[in-house]
Write a protein that binds this ligand. Structure first.
Ligand SMILES: *Cc1c(COP(=O)(O)O)cnc(C)c1O
Length: 482
């Protein structure tokens, strides 16, 4: 339909044209003179050159991912890593017999990560790749639920009497809410109570435990602020609880962002399998594992913690290989990329990349702090995540807020989110930047220049959104006048 219309228009204008051929310029072609299909597939074929250009151009509307300072997810990989991904794109990670070497590479990655997380050589760890931390967390949660149920039944606890529960701090990532909804589990949330303590309170976590608790999930890199829960203290209190409890409670660590950062930068910090009650850990390969989106990992310290019912056997080299993923078919390319990065960088390389990222984060935090308007919540010492709120004084003096600032930063292409903290600190708005490997000192100095400029402009603006209530008193977005 759309094709036809443009042909007709050209006919009417008495254009002399020939059909497109290989020398027709892309943007002079009839085929590019159309709108692309939005709801119904087009009737005709399109030249791949032209189709590529038109579809690739749609991506421009997403902005520049490297200027996206909100995301934890990797936005840059070296050329050879991209090539490895392209080369392995057609493999199917689940097909163990067709792609035995992809299976072998996945196992090597599991071994490498288990070692980075200090798996005890006396135990028999098990692990798998996943699509991301979400799938990895689901698996960790399911294993805890199934194991709890089996032990509860053995102990004569009436498992039908109450829903099982899971304990998390209110800074949890949405996957834990999903897990609890999907698997019919009560989410016991420990609210953040004061601005100076934004992590899970180990004492309160223990107070919430009962015979129906499947586990506690501390987070290494709380999504909102980048802070770490104190797992050492939690583990200590939990050991005491478990000594007298009818049914002992395990820990699953959600280390989506910290899991492949800490072993290189802060190997002395104990948060992993060095702690007795930590039975499983999940991470995102596509966060500080430095791989493009689409990979996560989960490891159990011993096969005891991964109930048999969750393991399925698939054919592999004349034998059977256990699998325990939710997803079935997916490309092996992310697995190959993860292995490539381990080979390419080694321990020293990961350490160098992360240490540089950390330096850039500290530099950025110092720059933001020196503006004199903000209370720093995270200055990037633990992980390169920088988080700040407006100071009480700035709130009083300024006509604008962090949402206005986020809008202004967009003028230069920077995407920086402003949002409120979770329960019970919903009245506190913060801004957060996740510093990633591909952000340089140079880029962040440009960002600091732009944030200063944005503040100057906001200070001079006559109307700002936050101060422009509607008739009902609701805040609505309005433009700026200078
Ligand atoms: C990002 C994140 C997740 C979800 O990870 P995906 O890899 O995006 O599925 C879960 N938990 C925490 C703490 C996270 O930061």
């Amino acid at each position: 339909m759309l094709h036809k219309k443009s042909h007709i228009e050209r006919d009417e204008e008495k254009f002399v044209f020939k059909a497109d051929n290989s020398s027709t310029p892309i943007f002079g072609s009839l085929e590019s003179d159309v709108l692309l299909p939005r709801d119904k597939i087009g009737q005709k074929m399109m030249d791949p050159r032209i189709a590529y250009q038109l579809v690739a151009d749609e991506m421009m509307h997403d902005g520049n991912p490297r200027y996206n300072l909100c995301t934890f997810v990797q936005t840059y990989m070296e050329e050879e890593a991209r090539k490895i991904m392209l080369d392995s794109m057609a493999t199917n990670a689940i097909d163990k017999s067709e792609y035995p070497q992809t299976t072998e590479i996945e196992k090597r990655c599991v071994n490498i990560i288990a070692n980075l997380w200090n798996a005890d050589p006396k135990e028999d760890y098990m692990g798998t790749s996943t699509v991301g931390s979400s799938e990895a967390c689901m698996l960790g949660g399911m294993a805890m639920k199934f194991r709890w149920r089996k032990r509860a039944q053995e102990l004569g606890i009436d498992t039908a009497k109450k829903k099982p529960n899971l304990i998390v701090g209110s800074g949890y990532q949405v996957v834990w809410k999903k897990f609890c909804v999907y698997w019919d589990i009560e989410l016991r949330e420990i609210p953040m109570t004061d601005r100076n303590n934004l992590t899970l309170d180990p004492k309160k976590a223990i107070e919430l435990c009962d015979d129906y608790t499947i586990g506690i999930v501390p987070i290494m890199g709380i999504t909102y602020t980048g802070m770490f829960d104190d797992i050492v203290t939690l583990d200590k209190h939990l050991s005491a609880y478990n000594q007298s409890a009818k049914i002992s409670v395990p820990i699953h660590v959600d280390a989506a962002s910290g899991g492949l950062y800490l072993p290189f930068v802060n190997p002395d910090l104990a948060w992993d399998f060095r702690l007795k009650n930590v039975v499983s850990i999940s991470t995102s390969g596509h966060k500080y594992g430095l791989i493009y989106p689409g990979i996560g990992w989960v490891i159990w310290r011993d096969k005891e913690f991964l109930p048999e019912e969750l393991i399925f056997k698939v054919a592999y080299l004349g034998d059977f290989e256990p699998t325990f993923q939710i997803n079935f078919s997916r490309s092996g390319s992310q697995i190959w990329a993860q292995y490539y990065c381990f080979v390419r960088w080694g321990f020293e390389g990961y350490k160098a990349v992360h240490a540089k990222t950390r330096d850039v984060g500290l530099f950025l935090a110092k720059g933001i702090k020196s503006l004199g308007l903000f209370d720093m919540i995270n200055e990037g010492q633990n992980i390169p995540i920088i988080c700040w709120a407006m100071s009480a004084k700035a709130k009083e003096e300024k006509q604008w807020d962090l949402y206005d600032l986020a809008d202004h930063l967009r003028f230069n292409g920077w995407q920086v989110p402003a949002y409120t903290l979770p329960a019970n600190l919903q009245e506190v708005s913060v801004m957060r930047i996740v510093v990633r490997a591909d952000q340089s000192m140079e880029q962040m100095s440009l960002f600091l220049k732009d944030i200063k400029q944005a503040i100057r402009e906001l200070d001079a603006a006559r109307i700002v959104r936050s101060k422009c209530p509607t008739q009902e008193g609701k805040v609505v977005p309005v433009g700026y006048t200078h």
